[in-house]
Design a protein around this ligand. Structure first.
Ligand code: ADP
Ligand code: ZN
Length: 769
């Protein structure tokens, strides 16, 4: 197997030719697809200058020498610390180089390596996530031919060594004037000839040509009117001073900025970024995708000259264009969702991650990285400060600030001393039980809505379920209509009169009979945002109502339009899913109603209370942001649940104080480390057997390594069937950092793959379903 790539794992040193021993260079190459590698290739001398870390190379793979493109992630020579892992005599050659410039800096390669190790995923697939697809396939660029004069041509003509026609002479003179950006066509047009003389000169070797890629799209960044700095209040100034100190000494530090809703966190970010930009550095700002609103965009654009906003509606070519602008140092501030943490800024000075508790920072497909944890790594790598901001920090970050890993900065009051809104709960058990049913909106909430609207205020209503009816049940046999591919009840949607699975998008026409017993008395119940919208319109016919959920927001720009109408006061009632809970700053909102605070409370997830607390607190924070004050009404069936009680008191610390000991007792994050293994198969037995096998192997691996790992399960996952596949899961817990990774990696070598069964490992899982 002399030419086989398996040599990497050979243990015996090979008696390779001693003459070559200190004169070799190898490229370590990682692939996006199986077998992933990384594998080593010899760099032939003619490619020595072009094979660099971070470029893609063409290499032969396997026995068939299939040509593959891979990322060169390291260059190894005799002096490299990994030299002993390379056997240069047995390497195949690199055949070609794809990129003239590296796609990743050394630091980003290091970061990719960390992600690959920490999240147990292939380096190649991590790099696929780091470098946008549009950059990899040159979207928005075209290869063009450029021409110039060969050396000494003018002299030779003057010396009479070569003769040219008059037309050719014109061409040569034009080229001699300089500028190397001539294409044959442009030159012919300028000179006023056909392309024939140019072609002749090229044939004779008097004109040389080269191919280069050029951008065919450019992207205008709109100008915004400049806005002056605000006078910071004392808390803001204190926080800013501390951050600036850290920027000055240019050292890594993570700050957790805990500022209640409306306390002016963004203003502090902006001022810290100004400092970084003044030093000629760049800043990365990460926000949840949903917060990439025009308002956010504008807030940064009115304060900085060159802001790139990376939102999900960009085309691949636009994204690639931004990427090049950023890589060339032409952008001061990058504002984007999760993946903007990989922005190729040449000289970063600060990273900000706003709404750091938000679940969307965790990617739900491989590589399953959490942008917050990657940000901590990147900030360390770059030696720069990181600010994590939230009104409701994650328990992970909170604990990190308690034990001194992060510095806590507090903004405990609202701007201009506006009071926090008064929050009351409405016990729906009483409302439903005592009197006649009053529909989804209780008497009390209805009255308050009327009052707010009559006083010319605006109202936000949160209901975290989309669709019309969320439950379709047959009263005769009790059957609940489910998705045929998922263990998920179907939701009734009015548009198109269909029933839909919210997990896999399966849809069918609304049934008129039970799919089980054929009974015709089928009942639609349960409240979704569509039904709520209809209800609100009927109750308040004189006011404009806007619904905002993923169904109404599918079209690019619709989100913006809806918010603009609400801001302008064209609509008075905004209702929707969690989409409306975050970050919106509308001073005229005087009432927020939570229609059902319990939707997230009873999930089989150790973060259920944290999520509920966060959601209610965040949406409550939309109220009373102006001088009219504000109120919040929370409808709930569990008014005594700690998450709800703390939220009504705006008491984050109190909530954490109750929640953390419970987690500590169970060894859950942030006290222990967790990984989740999910096994999927069309065959329930196969999935179950595989999950048992994996559990056994992980147990054995933990014993062999003598590392403490608790295994919970295997058990059917809460969503037992998804897209036609049965799912089993295991939860792994360990008090030791890094232990889960070691144990899983070792187990991977002994776990026997089974046909038609897939399994994944999710480190620090956010999704427990
Ligand atoms: P948070 O992000 O903490 O919820 P924001 O940064 O959105 O708060 O600030 C809320 C509002 O207060 C914004 O309209 C902002 O322009 C305004 N603001 C922030 N800081 C000040 C200040 N020092 N003086 C006056 N207004 C401020
Ligand atoms: Zn489904």
């Amino acid at each position: 197997m002399s030419n086989d790539q398996k040599q990497l794992f050979d243990i015996q040193p090979q008696p390779w030719n001693l003459d070559d021993q200190d004169d070799w260079l190898a490229a370590r190459v990682a692939f996006s697809d199986a077998p992933y590698g990384p594998y080593d290739y010899s760099i032939p001398s003619n490619l020595e200058s072009s094979v660099r870390k971070g470029v893609r190379v063409r290499v032969p793979l396997g026995r068939g020498n299939r040509m593959m493109t891979g990322y060169c992630v390291d260059i190894i020579g005799p002096a490299h610390k990994l030299a002993s892992t390379v056997n240069p005599a047995r390497l195949k050659d690199v055949i070609g180089v794809v990129d003239s410039k590296p796609l990743l800096s050394d630091k980003l390669i290091k970061l990719a390596n960390w992600i690959s190790d920490y999240y147990i995923c292939h380096l190649g697939s991590v790099i696929d996530a780091v470098v946008p697809p549009g950059v990899r396939d040159n979207s928005g660029t075209r290869e063009m031919l450029f021409i110039g004069l060969a050396d000494g041509v003018l002299q030779k003509i003057e010396d009479g060594e070569i003769r040219v026609t008059a037309k050719q002479r014109l061409v040569i003179d034009q080229l001699a004037k300089g500028g190397d950006d001539w294409t044959p066509r442009e030159l012919a047009e300028t000179v006023g000839c056909t392309q024939a003389p140019i072609s002749t000169l090229r044939r004779k070797g008097l004109i040389v040509s080269s191919k280069r890629r050029i951008q065919t799209i450019t992207h205008e960044i709109p100008e915004e009117a400049r806005r002056e700095d605000l006078n910071l209040n004392e808390d803001q100034q204190k926080a800013l001073d501390r951050i600036c100190e850290q920027i000055e000494c240019a050292e890594y530090r993570t700050f957790l900025m805990h500022g209640i809703t409306g306390s002016g966190k963004t203003e502090v970010y902006i001022r810290a970024i100004q400092k970084v930009v003044d030093q000629g550095q760049q800043a990365i700002v990460l926000v949840p995708e949903i917060s990439l609103t025009p308002q956010t965009r504008q807030r940064f654009r009115e304060r900085f000259d060159r802001v790139a906003v990376l939102h999900s509606h960009l085309t691949a070519a636009q994204r690639a264009w931004h990427w090049h602008e950023i890589a060339n140092g032409r952008v001061q501030v990058i504002v984007g969702a999760r993946s903007a943490i990989f922005a190729p800024v040449p000289n970063p000075g600060l990273i900000v991650l706003d709404e750091e508790h938000d679940g969307s920072f965790k990617q739900d497909k491989a590589p399953r990285y959490h942008a917050r944890d990657v940000a901590v790594q990147r900030a360390q790598e770059e030696g720069i400060p990181l600010i994590l901001g939230s009104a409701t920090p994650s328990m992970e970050s909170w604990q990190n600030s308690r034990n001194g890993n992060f510095d806590l900065l507090s903004l405990p009051s609202r701007i201009l001393d506006y009071p926090l809104p008064d929050v009351r709960t409405i016990d729906m058990r009483v409302d439903f039980g005592g009197r006649r049913r009053s529909g989804p909106i209780s008497q009390k909430l209805r009255q308050e809505m009327r009052r707010a609207l009559e006083e010319k205020g605006q109202v936000i209503l949160l209901l975290n379920r989309r669709g019309f009816s969320t439950r379709i049940q047959c009263p005769a046999c009790g059957n609940v209509e489910q998705c045929p591919d998922c263990s998920i009840p179907l939701t009734h949607h009015l548009e198109g009169r269909k029933v839909v699975c919210h997990y896999c998008d399966y849809a069918k026409p609304e049934p008129d009979r039970c799919s089980d017993c054929g009974g015709a008395a089928i009942r639609f119940s349960g409240l979704g945002t569509q039904k709520l919208e209809r209800e609100v319109c009927a109750l308040f016919p004189d006011y404009g109502v806007q619904r905002m959920d993923t169904d109404t927001m599918r079209k690019p720009g619709s989100h913006e339009k809806a918010l603009a109408a609400f801001r302008a006061g064209e609509t008075q009632i905004l209702l929707g899913t969690q989409m409306i809970a975050k970050g919106l700053d509308f001073p005229n909102v005087t009432l927020v109603g939570v229609v059902n605070a319990d939707t997230t409370l009873h999930f089989p997830d150790f973060r259920a209370a944290e999520r509920t607390f966060g959601l209610v607190t965040q949406v409550a924070g939309r109220s009373g942001r102006g001088d009219k004050g504000g109120r919040v009404l929370v409808q709930t069936f569990s008014p005594e649940a700690p998450a709800i009680v703390s939220a009504t008191r705006h008491d984050f610390a109190g909530f954490a104080e109750g929640d953390l000991p419970e987690r500590e007792a169970l060894g859950y994050p942030p006290f222990g480390h967790m990984a989740r293994v999910v096994v999927r198969s069309e065959s329930k037995t196969a999935a179950e057997q595989m999950s048992e096998h994996i559990g056994e192997q992980i147990g054995l691996s933990g014993d062999a390594l003598n590392l403490p790992v608790d295994i919970l399960g295997p058990a059917p996952a809460p969503v037992e069937k998804l897209r036609g596949k049965f799912r089993f899961h295991l939860q792994l817990l360990s008090p030791e950092q890094g232990a889960l990774q070691e144990v899983v990696r070792r187990a991977q070598t002994t776990i026997k793959a089974q046909e038609n069964v897939q399994w994944i490992v999710d480190i620090d899982p956010q999704d427990m379903l």
